[in-house]
Ligand binder design. Structure first.
Ligand code: UDX
Length: 450
């Protein structure tokens, strides 16, 4: 099939490369010439395992090309196409000032599509957008066509993505489900044809109405965030009673109605999706007069949970951390990514520095990103970023683990103990084994662990 993907960001690039991998002809466009120059020279602007390999393969087989802007992209796709063009909108939906999703890039893309389209098309929203956005996109495209006095057949569908950073390629090729939101039989047939090669079982293809698909995306992310916040609250109760939250998690997760996934307590969720999408769903609810009681709780618990490590460090070491050196392991919001958006490390490191501590931090891949995020703290000498985990812990008064990178789990505990000034470890992800840590003589504190 002939496809245009608008946006060479995380979702756009993964979508374009994976679709091209199944012998679809894909043109991916972006407005940023620097990003396109990078891609043209074989560089991938984001860290995502496996992405470079499939982009390289699709580019060398000529199934994937890049163009600057929608006009150039559509011209190219339409010249090669006899079927309706599939146009994916995969541009950013940043958080607006009031917490709702800012649709300016989505609507700008719709406008330009309407201005440039010359053949029948199916426009597909991949971006995470509020209920009713497909309707707005439809209106925008139609208005532009009307102004051009063009009568070109087109439809707008919703096809949300459920890609996890760090596992996006696997998620695309082996999805739990593909949600196709459309009220049009022709669109449905085309979308099913496109996605059939990605599923082992037709049941994984869920076709629903457009608005239903739009809400499924938010509801899914909010549900996962709810499970995490819920377990984080349980972990706080565990702390007071001296109960091990890992045992509770196991017992709860063994109920087949509940299941074990996404019940890990920790120092709060981050990333580009959960915090933003929960807040956006709060606004969606409020906009139609529904009081988002549960969603507000999910959000508040997460904000509080991001202070968990700092509060426990202060409880142990005192409020004034002047002259104290704290090592931090992990800066990314989760392992296998360099993404630091809404990462718990930001709250912790800023709080530690504010309390007078000297922080030395390590992350296997997020150092470059962290240099920008913490430019002020680095400049004024409060924070140092280092290349090796053990360089961070050298002479530190305590270690705080914020991201559960595999290399931290296999750290040489004797070497760690020797490098620290005091053998104190705060584990914000329950990543290390408390029994082993205690056997090695550490004062070990996890989240809701005994
Ligand atoms: C998420 C959704 O999983 C994905 O379907 C959607 O498309 C985008 O948002 P992502 O943001 O990449 O993906 O991260 P995910 O792996 O889901 O983790 C999100 C956050 O939750 C991380 O900060 C992680 O540390 C935290 N988390 C996850 C927990 O604290 N406990 C858990 O049990 C699971």
């Amino acid at each position: 099939m002939n496809i245009l993907v608008v946006g060479a960001g995380y979702v756009g690039l993964v979508t374009a490369a994976c679709l091209a991998n199944k012998t679809n002809r894909v043109v991916c466009v972006d407005t940023d010439p620097k990003k396109l120059a990078k891609l043209a020279s074989g560089q991938i602007p984001i860290y995502e395992p496996g992405l470079k390999e499939i982009v390289d393969a699709a580019v060398s087989n000529k199934y994937l090309t890049f163009e600057l802007g929608i006009k150039a992209g559509l011209t190219k796709v339409e010249s090669e196409s006899t079927e309706p063009t599939l146009v994916f909108i995969a541009v950013g939906t940043p958080q607006g000032e009031d917490g709702s999703a800012d649709l300016r890039y989505v609507l700008a893309a719709a406008r330009e599509i309407g201005q440039q389209l010359t053949q029948p098309a199916i426009v597909i929203n991949k971006s995470t957008v509020p209920v009713g956005t497909a309707e707005s996109v439809k209106g925008e495209v139609a208005w532009q066509l009307f102004q051009r006095k063009c009568f070109i057949e087109f439809d707008v569908a919703s096809n949300p993505e459920f890609l996890k950073e760090g596992a996006a390629i696997e998620d695309f090729f082996k999805p739990d489900r593909i949600v196709i939101g459309t009220d049009n039989e022709n669109t449905k047939a085309n979308m099913l044809k496109l996605y059939r090669p990605f599923v082992d079982d037709e049941k994984r293809l869920l076709t629903v109405g457009v608005k239903e698909a739009e809400l499924i995306k938010y509801a899914s992310n909010a549900m996962l965030a709810t499970r995490i916040s819920f377990m984080n609250e349980i972990a706080n109760i565990c702390d007071r009673y001296g109960i091990d939250v890992e045992d509770v998690r196991q017992g709860v997760g063994m109920d087949s109605r509940i299941g074990p996934a996404f019940l890990k307590a920790g120092c709060g969720y981050g990333g580009s999706c959960f915090p933003k999408d929960v807040q956006a769903l709060v606004r969606i609810a409020q906009s139609v007069g529904v009081e988002p009681l549960v969603l507000n709780g999910v959000e508040s618990r997460n904000k509080k949970q991001k202070q968990y490590l700092f509060e426990h460090i202060v409880a142990k070491m005192g409020k004034d951390l002047t002259g104290r050196k704290i090592a931090v392991w992990g800066l990314a919001f989760k392992p296998e990514t360099d993404d630091m958006r809404e990462a718990s490390s930001i709250d912790l490191i800023r709080a530690l520095c504010h309390a007078g501590a000297q922080v030395v931090a390590h992350d296997p891949v997020a150092k470059e990103v962290a240099e920008q995020v913490f430019a002020d703290l680095i400049r004024n000498g409060r924070l140092t970023l280092v290349d090796h985990a053990m360089a961070a812990t050298q002479d530190a008064d305590a270690l705080a683990l914020v991201t559960e990178w595999a290399e931290y789990k296999t750290a040489d505990l004797d070497a760690l103990k020797q490098s620290l000034k005091a053998a104190i470890v705060f584990d914000g992800r329950n990543h290390l084994n408390p029994v082993v840590m205690k056997q090695h003589g550490f004062h070990y504190a996890g989240v809701g662990r005994v």
